[in-house]
Design a protein around this ligand. Structure first.
Ligand code: A2P
Length: 289
């Protein structure tokens, strides 16, 4: 990408008046920060299109240009859906991504650096939004792996705290290192003066963080599905089991997690909501590849 940009700059007439570099991609946004957590996980931030409005919890399509077709030489964009991990009020956009070694997009995306461009289609959509839930007492965010991303957005959204007495965020990963992004984000909320002022110290006290691992030893082990079914989650938090009268849930993880958790929530009597018909829980899959 850097090479392409350089070529274009050299071909640009020297008397051109525009001071800004000419974007080389359609819907281009510029990378402003990259942080790698493990060999499987990283986050990055990009500029936000001035026209982009979204609700915290929604996703957009992002991507990069693929290799030229061997015969025609044509290049096509490789696009994937990514939850926006930053809140709706942030001036930049943040994304939290897996790195799949042979994934068509993430095998390339993991190499982006500050100043590079990505493609971002400014059409946000999604079901993990407050509008899809009825009012309640407790809000559960259930995440596995990079499924934490939409909750990184919602945890920084004032509306999340206005609507509920408790905000419970569970995050299950294979290994301890994979919890870092979420743990640092939650710790950061309480230590960052700007966030405390924006969200309110008493609101931040509503957060109950429940991290678990399934493969590496940690203080709390097990799949969240098991910990709900055997009651451990509720005993650990000192709260009653899920109840449609009081509890709301948002789910984001692998396809297996989503399917299994959906069945469990339905078993407790919770019904799936939508933007057009708010109910007790909503589900979105974590997009990878
Ligand atoms: P496990 O290690 O038992 O497969 P991944 O990194 O593959 O996306 O998985 C993230 C986390 O989600 C892992 O801890 C994994 O547990 C857990 N997980 C995967 N599938 C399910 C499921 N169907 N129900 C509950 N947890 C799941």
């Amino acid at each position: 990408m850097r090479g392409r940009k350089h070529e274009m700059t050299e071909q640009t007439p020297v008397n051109q008046t525009a001071a800004k570099p000419v974007p080389t991609l359609p819907d281009a946004q510029t990378v402003t920060a990259v942080e790698h957590y493990t060999d499987r996980l990283f986050r990055f931030r990009v500029t936000r299109p001035a026209s982009l409005r979204f609700r915290s919890g929604e996703f957009v399509m992002i991507g990069l240009m693929g290799d030229p077709h061997p015969e025609t030489g044509r290049v096509k964009p490789i696009m994937r859906a990514y939850s926006i991990a930053s809140p709706s009020w942030d001036e930049e956009l943040e994304f939290y991504s897996i790195k799949v070694p042979d994934g068509p997009l993430t095998s390339r995306l993991q190499h982006i650096g500050v100043g590079d461009e990505i493609i971002l289609r400014p059409k946000p959509v999604g079901t993990l939004v407050h509008d899809a839930l009825l009012p309640g007492k407790r809000l559960y965010f259930f995440a596995t792996g990079t499924g934490f991303a939409p909750f990184a957005s919602l945890l920084r959204e004032p509306e999340t705290y206005e609507n509920y007495d408790e905000v419970i965020i569970t995050h299950t990963c294979r290994d301890v290192d994979e919890l870092t992004y979420g743990r640092e984000l939650i710790e950061g909320l309480k230590s960052d003066e700007m966030m405390v002022e924006l969200l309110g110290a008493e609101n931040l006290d509503k957060i109950r963080y429940y991290p678990t691992t399934t493969r590496e030893e940690s203080p709390k082990m097990g799949r969240i599905t098991t910990l709900i079914e055997d009651g451990t989650l509720f005993t650990d938090l000192g709260i009653p089991a899920l109840d449609p009268a009081t509890d709301r849930a948002m789910v984001c993880g692998s396809l297996g997690l989503n399917t299994d958790l959906k069945a469990i929530l339905e078993g407790f009597g919770l019904e799936e909501g939508a933007n057009s018909e708010p109910k007790h829980y909503v589900v979105e899959k974590a997009f990878v590849g």
